[in-house]
Design a protein. Structure first.
Length: 338
């Protein structure tokens, strides 16, 4: 019997529509070779919605998402003015308690990277920390932001990271700044140590965030699963993506107990809107992670192998990879391999 999955696609802002459309083209190509059907519904979300709806995530879109199996989210612009809506990603993470942000970073064929053998995953707590958005202006020129860390959220993300480490090389590094942030990072560290007792096979080491940023440049090949709090995870996963060659290749999954949302790591790059210049592979890899999450691992592997084959051949290379190819050209090359 053919399975059907309802997927909500949010095209987003800037380059969002083109990379999302590229991903759907690839998903539709693999669907034809597989025993499942994707019912793709489109929802409006992003900064372009604010003038019409007063929000970047209209209620109609939210209802679509609530009745779907997963969400493919294109990059979106988040206004930086005080009082503007928080990012769509942050909103969805909170509503669906998508507590684990998973960002694989690996070297790819024919892509320049600092080292040739990097293969790590950053697992970032996704619902609290400085991204709680609890800020206040005490007096003009004096503002505060609350870094909220809870045992419950720390235990959840630690458990997720240890389970992932068991599936990989059984090596986990937890990242913090406990020598300065003794209470908040103390809670996070204690949670990791509590979960560690359940996974004695996993080798565990800890690293301060400032040292982690240095080690990702110096010896990234040493690391496998890295788990940390929200802001630290955002920073080091972007760094790791660039260390492995390009943000244009980096995808992320946002996973909770009952739902998953998948997106590229990079932003909406408004200056490249409608130029057909941007590498769609990050968003396509988000689609790969989505298929894997849904249990369609064979289809996920087919797309991943197609991407690897295109990169290995090196004939079609977008600007970020040192070539001149258009986004649609690399998409078509991947579809041809499928």
């Amino acid at each position: 019997m053919t399975k059907t999955y309802t997927i909500v696609a949010l095209k987003g802002d800037g380059i969002g529509p083109e990379v999302t459309e590229a991903t759907i083209k690839v998903l539709e190509a693999v669907e034809k070779k597989s025993n499942f059907k994707l019912d793709i519904l489109y929802g409006e979300a992003g900064a372009h919605c604010i003038p019409q709806y007063g929000t970047n995530l209209p209620q109609e879109t939210l209802e679509l998402i609530k009745n779907s199996n997963a969400c493919l989210k294109g990059p979106m612009t988040t206004p930086e003015e005080a009082g503007a809506p928080v990012s769509v990603a942050v909103t969805l993470r909170r509503i669906f308690n998508l507590y684990a942000n998973v960002r694989p970073c690996r070297t790819y064929p024919n892509v320049n990277s600092i080292k040739p053998n990097i293969d790590l995953v950053v697992v970032r707590e996704n619902t609290e920390g400085l991204y709680s958005g609890a800020e206040a202006l005490l007096t003009p020129g004096v503002g505060i932001a609350l870094r909220i860390i809870t045992k419950e959220a720390s235990l959840k993300v630690a458990e997720f990271a240890f389970k992932l480490a068991m599936q990989r090389k059984k090596h986990l590094t937890y990242i913090h700044k406990g020598n300065i942030l003794r209470i908040t990072d103390g809670i996070f560290k204690d949670a990791v140590k509590e979960i560690q007792t359940k996974y004695p096979e996993v080798e565990v080491d800890d690293l301060h965030i400032d040292a982690a940023t240095m080690q990702l440049i110096k010896q990234p090949e040493k690391y496998d699963v890295m788990v940390t709090t929200n802001l630290f995870g955002d920073i080091i996963s972007d760094e790791a993506a660039q260390v492995t060659g390009s943000l244009g290749l980096a995808a992320g999954a946002n996973i909770g107990e009952n739902y998953g949302m998948f997106e590229p790591v990079h932003g909406s790059a408004p200056k490249y809107t409608n130029m057909n210049r941007v590498n769609p592979i990050a968003t396509i890899m988000a689609g790969v992670m989505m298929l894997d999450y849904l249990g369609e691992k064979t289809a996920a592997k087919i797309i991943e192998n197609a991407i690897l084959n295109v990169l290995e051949e090196g004939k079609v290379r977008t600007h970020d990879l040192g070539g001149q190819a258009k986004g649609t050209e690399i998409t078509d090359a991947i579809v041809a391999k499928i």
